[in-house]
Design a protein around this ligand. Structure first.
Ligand code: AVI
Length: 306
C-alpha cells in the first residue's frame, strides 16, 4: 500500500473522519484554488498582495542581497514575482510543491521573467523531509518564503514541526518570510470560505473526485455537501464534507460507513493573533524581526531570523 493510501485509509478510520488538505491540490484543485484567490469574499490574497505592494521596499531591505529563496508551495506566482522583482540580486529560486504540473507551469513563467535567477523546482510533499538542491552561485543567506497563511492549515503541533523544518532549512543566518491571516469579525472570515459562486464548495468536493480517480474509491459527489464554520474558541475555520444520507464508501478492500449528517474534516484554517503567531515561531527557534500589516489589520507578513 502506498503511503498516500495508508494515510487516507487511516484518516477515514478515525472516529472523526478526516482527509488531509494536501489532497486538494491536483491539477483541477490547484486551478480552483487560483479562482478562490480572486473571489471578492476571499480577502486573504488581495490583502497580502496589497501589503507587499505598499511595503516591499522595506521588506526587501530587511531581507538583504544575494539570497536564495526557498518557497514552500507555489500559488499563482504573483506574490513570488513581486518578491523576486524587489529583492536585491537574488541568486536562486527553489519552489517545493506537491503538484508537478502546476510547479512546471509556474517555473516556466518565472524562468522566462527572471533569466538571471537559477530556478530549481522540487516536486514533493513538503510535510515530509525533502532534499533541497544547492544553487550554482553561493547565496549570502537562505530565505524561506511561506506566503498565503498556508501555515494556518496545520494544527499547532504540526505547524511547529513544519516551522522547525524551515528553521533547519534556513540554516545559520537564514530567514523566514511568512504570511499569517489574523483573527477578525467571524462573518468576514466565514464569507471567505462560503463564497456566493460556490467555488470553495467545488474545491472541497474535488478532493473526493481525486480520491476516486487516483486511489480507486467510489465516493458519490452528490451525496456530500460543503460546510465551513468559524470555531471562535479554537480560532479556526473548520471545513467539512457532510454525508447527505447513510451510505457506504469503498477504497480497495476498505469499507467506510457514514450515517446521515456525518462529517469528514477536510481542512482547518487557523487565524492568528500577532502575539500568538510570534509565540508559535519562537517555539520553533525563530526570532521576530518585523511585521507588516494592512490598514484593517486583517493579514500580516512577518519576517523572522535564526
Ligand atoms: C491554502 N490555504 C491558505 C487556504 C486557506 O485559506 O486556508 C486554503 C483554502 N481553503 C478554502 N479556501 C481556501
Amino acid at each position: 500500500m502506498s503511503y498516500e493510501i495508508a494515510e487516507i485509509v487511516a484518516g477515514l478510520n478515525q472516529p472523526q473522519k478526516m482527509i488531509s488538505p494536501k489532497y486538494f491540490y491536483d491539477k483541477r484543485g490547484s486551478k480552483l484554488f487560483e479562482q478562490i484567490c480572486e473571489l471578492p469574499e476571499y480577502y486573504l490574497t488581495r490583502t497580502e498582495i496589497g501589503i507587499m505592494e505598499a511595503s516591499m521596499n522595506d521588506i526587501a531591505r530587511a531581507i538583504g542581497r544575494h539570497v536564495s529563496v526557498i518557497e514552500y508551495g507555489i500559488g499563482s506566482g504573483l506574490k513570488t514575482r513581486i518578491l523576486l522583482e524587489n529583492l536585491d540580486d537574488p541568486v536562486a529560486f527553489i519552489p517545493i510543491d506537491i503538484s508537478p504540473e502546476h510547479l512546471a507551469e509556474s517555473c516556466q513563467n518565472l524562468a522566462k521573467r527572471f533569466p538571471q535567477i537559477e530556478v530549481l523546482p522540487v516536486a514533493a510533499d513538503f510535510t515530509r523531509p525533502v532534499p533541497i538542491p544547492v544553487p550554482g552561485r553561493t547565496a549570502a543567506r537562505k530565505l524561506v518564503y511561506f506566503p498565503g497563511s498556508t501555515i494556518g492549515n496545520f494544527e499547532t503541533e504540526a505547524a511547529i514541526e513544519l516551522l522547525r523544518v524551515m528553521y533547519q532549512e534556513a540554516g545559520p543566518g537564514g530567514a523566514l518570510l511568512i504570511g499569517a491571516d489574523l483573527k477578525k469579525d467571524r462573518q468576514i472570515i466565514e464569507n471567505a470560505y462560503n463564497d456566493s459562486e460556490g467555488i470553495t464548495a467545488e474545491f472541497n468536493l474535488n478532493v473526493l473526485r481525486r480520491l476516486n480517480r487516483e486511489f480507486g474509491s467510489d465516493f458519490d459527489l452528490n451525496a456530500f455537501s460543503h460546510s465551513a464554520t468559524y470555531n471562535e474558541s479554537s480560532g479556526r475555520i473548520e471545513m467539512y464534507l457532510i454525508s447527505q444520507c447513510a451510505q457506504e464508501v469503498t477504497l480497495g478492500e476498505h469499507r467506510f460507513s457514514f450515517i446521515e449528517g456525518e462529517k469528514i474534516i477536510t481542512e482547518y484554517c487557523h487565524k492568528f493573533s500577532l502575539e500568538g503567531f510570534r509565540e508559535l515561531a519562537s517555539v520553533a527557534g525563530f526570532q521576530h524581526v518585523n511585521t507588516w500589516l494592512d490598514a484593517n489589520r486583517w493579514f500580516s507578513i512577518q519576517l523572522y531570523e535564526r
